[in-house]
Write a protein that binds this ligand. Structure first.
Ligand code: HEC
Ligand code: HEC
Ligand code: HEC
Ligand code: HEC
Ligand code: HEC
Ligand code: HEC
Ligand code: HEC
Ligand code: HEC
Length: 489
């Protein structure tokens, strides 16, 4: 009953506020003077043109967050009229934001619009003075979460994206414009320079990191505790955790709880049960995204296969020596180099499983998933060596952008030949699913979308390679020019 009330009351409140908002819009909005309207248009135009906010709180340097007092200046209003309050205007201009804020715990705790955005913007004509909100703003009151967050993997998301060698080949709108890679990787902390870059090239937004799970302006912990909060980013080609989870027994049970088919007390883990143990914002897994780490495993075949994959990533050169990419991948924590950290994360995860399963059951389940990484690496290495052979035998010529005559998986979808694109797909889509599906208790993802797809891709790559060898014997292949987005080199 209390749960039902908890749902109905906010819903009623939303209704009342929305209705009030519409009423306000219609009555006040109509009464708005022509002068005010044109000021609003002017203000909007200025917002769009805005380069750098006049006063910026200091950005995180080298991803280090420091708690610091905010310097807020509140200059004398220039006109004789007293400044209108934020709400007076924003109930009319952005009613949805005001409703959200009114529903939030912030509004009940005197965390006002100006607490986060400052007081310098207070009129139609000075919109560009509104302060952008960085994690430091939240740290004034939530330093525990900001501190935890800065030690977790999300904090490195911007850096990891930027570490990819062909990121500058993607359209600007996808990176700084936050429409693609940047739309998800925005969660990462940014240096002061990177914040400036975003403001200049993209918009003044996407810098806050803290509004992706408990979204603005509700900032609701309940929203963040729901697995749906992770869905927008943890989905799709290379990390379909939402798809895997929601169709696994874990997710099915939880979704049945959400729709009240199962009692609230029924056991069902969310993403957060396994990845936000004790509410800690420092999330990270043992293996990590690519499931590649050093030192190499003891199993000699697996060690060879992982080395081949690391060569495909350009971390080792074709002779097996480390390259500068090793440092880059290490600095963004893409490549894990520490056995102790792996073990610590694994034990933490097992403790979570143990809330519902026997520790033996859980340990065996995770070990089987580890073995799927080994199995997948076997197929992956075979495919990489097949394409590497084409380079070694002069069937494929080294592209200018490549350091070595060896396939480069980090070229992503910009790889120059169809056979390499298949290799990329096998790596970033199928291999990932084979082991991620195992870890997320989803047999279909692990088998059909994962392992089976890898096998089929390998067969295609072998056949394509054989075709290329025989057609090379007949005629030379014309070089293809890559298509780059305008405004990018
Ligand atoms: C006189 C009316 C008015 C008042 C008072 C006002 N705002 Fe605004 N605000 C606007 C307009 C107009 C925009 C432009 C957005 C739009 O047109 O949809 C805006 C935009 C914003 C933005 C977004 C900035 C951007 O670049 O788009 C923030 C944040 C903001 N206001 C916060 C505040 C805060 C905090 C206060 C109180 C300290 C406040 N506003 C007071 C009218 C007002
Ligand atoms: C707890 C801090 C906080 C409070 C309080 C707050 N905001 Fe915001 N606001 C944010 C964050 C974070 C963003 C997103 C910034 C970004 O994208 O980097 C934002 C963005 C905005 C934007 C621009 C983005 C959009 O969705 O249009 C407007 C307008 C805005 N806020 C208005 C308001 C108003 C009006 C209030 C008071 C009713 C308010 N804010 C209260 C944190 C806050
Ligand atoms: C001036 C202090 C202050 C600032 C700045 C602030 N908050 Fe809060 N926040 C609070 C208070 C107070 C609460 C209510 C705590 C409670 O009731 O236990 C709260 C609660 C929350 C909650 C939990 C809400 C819930 O449903 O339980 C979240 C999430 C949150 N804040 C996120 C943020 C984020 C993100 C920022 C920065 C964009 C931010 N806050 C900035 C003071 C602040
Ligand atoms: C990847 C998702 C995610 C991001 C990013 C995130 N949070 Fe949270 N946040 C959560 C989850 C999940 C919870 C609920 C944790 C729990 O179980 O109590 C939460 C809860 C909170 C709470 C309420 C804590 C409480 O016990 O009531 C605050 C405050 C908060 N977050 C602040 C922040 C701040 C500040 C940032 C930015 C540094 C941030 N969060 C970034 C997911 C996130
Ligand atoms: C705005 C997009 C976004 C949202 C929302 C989001 N994440 Fe992430 N998450 C990312 C990105 C990007 C990375 C990769 C960061 C990196 O490795 O540099 C990541 C990494 C992770 C990792 C670390 C994996 C590893 O390499 O060890 C975990 C665990 C994780 N997210 C869990 C969650 C959970 C649980 C939620 C929901 C509460 C969530 N995320 C919400 C974008 C997001
Ligand atoms: C029952 C526990 C459990 C649930 C529920 C769960 N995960 Fe996982 N997750 C794991 C395990 C176990 C791993 C592998 C950990 C390791 O590296 O050893 C993992 C790995 C990950 C990774 C790293 C890459 C990968 O897939 O191997 C991310 C990111 C992630 N999970 C996000 C999520 C998101 C988002 C959700 C919800 C949609 C979710 N997880 C639900 C247990 C869970
Ligand atoms: C839909 C959201 C989304 C988009 C779009 C996206 N990513 Fe990611 N990215 C993620 C998530 C989530 C993870 C972590 C997944 C996991 O651990 O399983 C991740 C992981 C990564 C990693 C690995 C980080 C690590 O430390 O292991 C890199 C590098 C990366 N992404 C780069 C990119 C680039 C470059 C693009 C654009 C070409 C891009 N991403 C597009 C969400 C996204
Ligand atoms: C909050 C409780 C909870 C947690 C935590 C949890 N599980 Fe489960 N798990 C369940 C339930 C309930 C089922 C469905 C049981 C069934 O199918 O009869 C299930 C099913 C499974 C299955 C499907 C196979 C089977 O026997 O049904 C696997 C595999 C699994 N869990 C592994 C794990 C692992 C590994 C972890 C930790 C990473 C974990 N679980 C964490 C509750 C949980």
């Amino acid at each position: 009953m209390r749960r039902i009330h908890a749902l109905i009351y906010p819903a009623l409140l939303v209704f009342v506020f929305l209705t009030a908002g519409v009423f306000f819009r219609v009555t006040i909005g109509c009464a708005q003077s022509a002068e005010e309207m044109s000021q609003a248009v002017e203000a909007k135009a200025r917002v769009e043109k805005k380069a750098q906010p006049a006063e910026q709180p200091p950005g995180p340097e080298q991803n280090q967050i420091q708690q610091q007092g905010q310097t807020q200046q509140n200059p004398e209003p220039s006109s004789a009229r007293p400044p209108a309050s934020c709400l007076e205007c924003h109930t009319r201009i952005t009613p949805g934001i005001v409703v959200d804020w009114q529903l939030s715990k912030h509004s009940r705790n005197e965390v006002e619009c100006s607490t986060c955005h400052g007081e310098r913007h207070n009129a139609m004509t000075d919109v560009s003075e509104a302060r952008i909100v960085l994690p430091e703003t939240c740290a004034q009151c939530h330093d525990t979460q900001v501190d935890q967050f800065s030690k977790g993997k999300h904090a490195l998301a911007w850096a990891a994206m930027k570490a990819m060698p062909t990121v500058h080949w993607q359209p600007m709108a996808q990176i700084e414009g936050l429409k693609g890679c940047g739309g998800c990787h925005r969660v990462g902390l940014k240096t002061k320079g990177e914040v400036g870059d975003l403001v200049e090239k993209g918009s003044a937004f996407g810098v806050s990191s803290c509004d992706v799970c408990h979204t603005r302006h509700l900032f609701s912990a309940d929203e963040a505790r729901s697995p749906q909060a992770c869905r927008t980013c943890h989905m799709g080609i290379d990390h379909p955790q939402w798809e895997m989870y929601s169709s696994s027994k874990h997710g099915v049970r939880f979704l049945l709880k959400q729709s009240r088919m199962l009692p609230e007390e029924a056991a069902a883990p969310t993403c957060q049960s396994c990845h936000f143990r004790d509410g800690s914002h420092a999330n990270r897994t043992a293996w990590g995204f690519l499931a590649l780490r050093l030192p190499l495993p003891e199993d000699p075949q697996w060690a060879k296969d992982r080395t081949t994959i690391l060569q495909g990533l350009g971390v080792f050169d074709p002779s097996g020596k480390p390259t500068p990419r090793l440092d880059i991948m290490q600095s963004a924590d893409v490549l894990r180099l520490n056995d102790e950290d792996w073990l610590a994360e694994r034990e933490k995860m097992l403790k979570g499983c143990n809330d519902c399963h026997s520790i033996n059951f859980a340990r065996i389940e995770l070990e089987k998933s580890d073995q799927m990484i080994r199995e997948a690496d076997r197929l992956m290495a075979e495919a990489i060596l097949t394409v590497a052979g084409l380079y070694q035998d002069g069937i494929l010529k080294k592209p200018e952008s490549y350091t070595y005559a060896f396939p480069d998986l980090l070229t992503f979808h910009d790889a120059p030949t169809v056979v390499e694109l298949k290799l990329f797909q096998m790596f970033l889509e199928y291999r990932m699913r084979a082991f991620q599906g195992a870890f997320h208790a989803n047999p279909d993802y692990s088998l059909w979308y994962g392992w089976s797809s890898m096998q089929r891709a390998l067969t295609e790559i072998r056949e394509k390679a054989a075709d290329m060898r025989s057609s090379k014997a007949e005629q030379p292949q014309p070089a293809q020019k890559p298509v780059r987005p305008s405004g990018r080199k």
